[in-house]
Design a protein around this ligand. Structure first.
Ligand code: 6LW
Length: 517
């Protein structure tokens, strides 16, 4: 007998939390939160829910995304919901920097999306659903329903209180569905960390009364020994054959107790089956068996990325904290290179010129070829207070560590004029075995830095000025984790400049730490 076909989680690795999905015919579209980064709300396309390709960003113009320089890290754009109704795609989200909800629409999900319609109602995590009479219902965390005009944001009715979960903290990410004569209300509770859980209730009417599922929470990994934790913030979709699926967020902690997660909250997928009119799902693992009749994807997951900056526009996967002013970057100043210009800030404050992409794998290598007469380099960051940088300035390369209130140069060497190759490697710690039986097992896993309790990974910076790569510094990755930095995002690898200009010939990202030249 052939082994059952499988797929792997996360289906979208790296800081891509709060997934929401919709289907139009045979095409699926998925969006995620983007917080303080510009452009906002990455949008992906798939034909099988497993292999996703980013096709753009929903909020890709400053007129749609108001993130002033004083926007705190992990503020900005929270959980979006995407829906397809009457041939139009709707995206509703909250910009918590200005405390406004906004709706944008498009006929092509790759864009352009409309200018936003703003409206103000309490709380976060808006979702849209239409009833048979064409009424549009906006559901918010808490949880409440409002009957609104999605074209103007005008509220006709509400708040109408809904079922708010089994009593866990933060009932949020509510989504309503009409399935088989029922309204289903799916929500998350227990907070977005390891207490996270998904619960469901149903009603014959959008106005209630709501009957909770007897098996609530229908999904949680709290207290379970599984590689994926914090499962929650879920959305449901059916496929053309009638199978149901859940997209949700999860984290993958690494290192010794307590473990740290460094890639943010990632997008997972799980098959859903129905029993007695209730959805049954999980547990969610890195390797999942596909339901009978569903073929494994034929397209392998794209792990490696290379950008030679030869295109006439930046790929949608490139992000910048808060904004990317036109005068801060160019693909034409030096054709085939990305030229960045400093606008007067440092990496320790908002406003530095950074163009980066998410670290998507625990083990990876990222390199650039860079030339600068100013102050520029390669940073691995979570926010302005948590980053490691390899920086070139005035003939010297330095590795800087910024951890909370501390900022320290940890290594330096001389570099000649002209282009240099900079690289950062993340190499993850082996997970501890479920049961540790000897002191040696702890010692073995104490990692290359010799620190007693191993962090999640070791971050190494190398520099190559023409005579081969030389390691400048190896740093404990725990300080660039969500457990240390807090917040809702994850690591980003950025090209940056803080004085003058810098030109980048290429950026290379590989999902193997030994991939460097
Ligand atoms: C989001 C909320 C949550 O709005 O975290 O995990 C918040 N869930 O639903 C930010 O991502």
């Amino acid at each position: 007998m052939l082994p059952a076909p499988i797929f792997r989680n996360p289906v979208i690795p790296g800081f891509f939390p709060d997934p929401s999905v919709c289907r139009a015919g045979e095409d699926y579209y998925l969006v995620c939160s983007s917080f303080e980064y510009f452009p906002g709300v990455p949008i992906f396309h798939s034909r099988d829910l497993i292999s996703w390709r980013q096709i753009g960003n929903v909020l890709d113009r400053p007129s749609q995304l108001d993130l002033p320089a004083d926007t705190y890290a992990s503020r900005g754009i929270f959980a979006p919901t995407i829906r397809h109704h009457d041939g139009v795609f709707y995206l509703v989200t909250t910009n918590v920097r200005i405390w406004r909800h906004l709706i944008v629409t498009a006929t092509d999900p790759a864009g352009p999306w409309s200018e936003p319609v703003y409206f103000q109602l309490p709380l976060i995590d808006p979702s849209l659903t239409w009833d048979d009479d064409g009424n549009c219902w906006l559901t918010l965390a808490g949880t409440s329903n409002y009957r609104i005009d999605p074209a103007t944001g005008e509220v006709f009715e509400g708040p109408i209180p809904l079922w708010s979960g089994t009593g866990g903290q933060y009932p949020e990410s509510p989504h309503l569905y009409r399935i088989g004569g029922w309204w289903y209300l799916l929500l998350s509770e227990g907070g977005t960390h390891t207490g996270h859980a998904v619960s469901v209730a149903r009603s014959r009417s959008v106005r209630g009364p709501w009957e909770p599922a007897p098996a609530n929470p229908i999904l949680t990994h709290r207290g379970l020994q599984r590689p994926i934790q914090a499962t929650g913030h879920a959305d449901l979709v059916d496929d053309p054959s009638g199978n149901w699926w859940m997209v949700l967020l999860g984290i993958r902690p690494r290192g010794q107790w307590p473990p740290f997660h460094v890639l943010g909250r990632e997008t997972m997928l799980a098959p859903v089956r129905w029993e007695d009119g209730w959805p049954v799902v999980g547990p969610v693992d890195e390797e999942m068996v596909l339901p009978p009749g569903v073929a494994a994807p034929t397209v392998p997951a794209a792990l490696d990325v290379r950008d030679d900056f030869d295109a006439d526009r930046l790929d949608p996967s490139w992000i910048s904290p808060r904004s990317r002013p036109d005068e801060s970057w160019s693909l034409t100043d030096r054709p085939g290179w990305l030229t960045l210009t400093a606008l007067g800030s440092t990496l320790d404050r908002p406003g530095a010129t950074i163009v980066g992409r998410r670290q998507q794998h625990h083990d990876c290598w990222a390199g650039v070829r860079m030339e600068t007469t100013g102050r520029a380099g390669l940073t691995l960051r979570i926010d302005e207070a948590h980053h490691y940088d390899l920086e070139v300035s005035e003939g010297t390369a330095r590795v800087w560590a910024r951890i909370g209130p501390l900022r320290q140069s940890v290594a330096e060497c001389a570099v000649p004029d002209g282009p240099v190759d900079l690289a950062v490697t993340a190499r993850s710690a082996d997970p501890l075995p479920p049961t540790v039986t000897s002191a040696e097992q702890f010692t073995e896993r104490s990692g290359p830095l010799g620190i007693r309790a191993a962090g999640p990974d070791t971050v190494t910076f190398t520099l190559d000025a023409g005579d081969g790569p030389a390691v400048l510094a190896a740093l404990d990755g725990r300080y660039l984790s969500t457990e240390v930095a807090a917040g809702f995002t994850g690591r980003v690898i950025g090209m940056y400049v803080t004085e003058g200009t810098a030109a980048f010939d290429w950026f290379d990202y590989r999902a193997q730490p030994d991939a460097g030249p």
